[in-house]
Ligand binder design. Structure first.
Ligand SMILES: [Zn+2]
Length: 309
């Protein structure tokens, strides 16, 4: 028998009580602090907390562990107001109300959308495209605050888009200082200079001066904005963006080649054109956001084999 020791990266304030393997997923039973006093949402009455548990558990989707989904599991807890009888849930600190996924799962979804779309991301995570859209909308509505003490040496500016119902472009600003745990710092609607400046404006002048490198997509907007706002920072060409551009070029070439071949042949024959004829795969390997960029978002910080026991 060999013991594998896993160091988990749990949300702040969260304590691990137990672990349960559930099929292809991992369940972590957790607890989080409860305040001693509660203020009623309905009547405003404040009193010592009077908690009751619901006879069910919540399984809240969190980051993956070794490529498999993990869930934070806990029993929801409610305070009953002695004054008006209103029952209100004591919300877990790691997720928003009425959803069953953590804030950091939301950020993971945002980062996966870079160079991808809501169907692909939803498919890869086992959630619906609608949920992906909802996550983006919710993240846009949050007014994320950046800790002024946070030191950001490396950052990324990227655009993501939602295409399904209405075309929505969003700018993401990410702290890439720790490549294993990229942190979405700001989210703004649009992919123009104003959106980029809205993100950068959330940093203090000291924080902006401390940035050493920034990675931006190959569009025309983020580069000049970065140059103006991040005066000590060097622009880094991002493998991810090169890969995406490459994919686009390959796509164009493929379409062109197919069109030419199809001109002289019946369509069914053209579909069977050997790869060698066109010089590129008929289905190029699409770039995987996780692989090329190193999303690094995992609940597992480190795993170590401890030796025989
Ligand atoms: Zn009340």
């Amino acid at each position: 028998m060999v013991r594998v020791n896993v160091e988990l990266d749990l949300p702040t304030g969260v304590e691990l009580l137990g672990y349960e393997r559930c099929g292809e997923g991992h369940g972590f039973e957790v607890k989080f602090p409860f305040p001693d006093f509660c203020r009623c949402d309905k009547c405003g009455h404040e009193e010592p907390a009077n908690y009751e548990y619901k006879k069910t558990v919540y399984a809240v989707r969190d980051l993956d562990l070794w490529g498999q989904p993990s869930f934070l599991i806990f029993q929801p807890c409610f305070h009953r107001c002695a004054h008006c009888g209103h029952r209100q849930e004591h919300l877990a600190p790691f997720k928003r109300k009425d959803v069953m996924y953590t804030y950091r799962f939301e950020e993971h979804v945002l980062r996966m959308l870079i160079g991808s779309n809501e169907e692909e991301v939803g498919g890869r995570l086992g959630i619906s495209a609608e949920t992906v859209s909802l996550i983006v909308e919710n993240q846009l509505q949050d007014d994320k605050q950046i800790d002024p003490a946070r030191v950001i040496k490396h950052m990324g500016m990227d655009e993501i888009s939602l295409k399904k119902r209405h075309k929505l472009y969003v700018t993401l600003m990410t702290d890439l200082t720790d490549p294993n745990s990229p942190k979405v710092l700001a989210v703004a609607k649009g992919r123009d200079t104003a959106a980029a400046e809205q993100c950068l404006g959330k940093l203090t002048p000291e924080q902006r001066a401390a940035v050493e490198t920034h990675r931006v997509d190959m569009g025309k907007v983020y580069g000049p904005v970065g140059k103006k706002w991040l005066v000590n920072s060097r622009l880094v060409v991002d493998r991810f963006h090169v890969a995406k551009q490459f994919n686009d070029v390959v796509d164009d070439l493929r379409k062109k080649n197919h069109a030419e071949v199809q001109g002289g042949l019946v369509e069914s024959r053209a579909e069977a054109v050997p790869r060698a004829d066109v010089g590129i795969p008929s289905r190029p390997e699409r770039f995987e956001a996780g692989g090329a960029r190193g999303l690094g978002a995992s609940v597992c910080r480190r795993a170590r084999v401890e030796g025989r026991v």
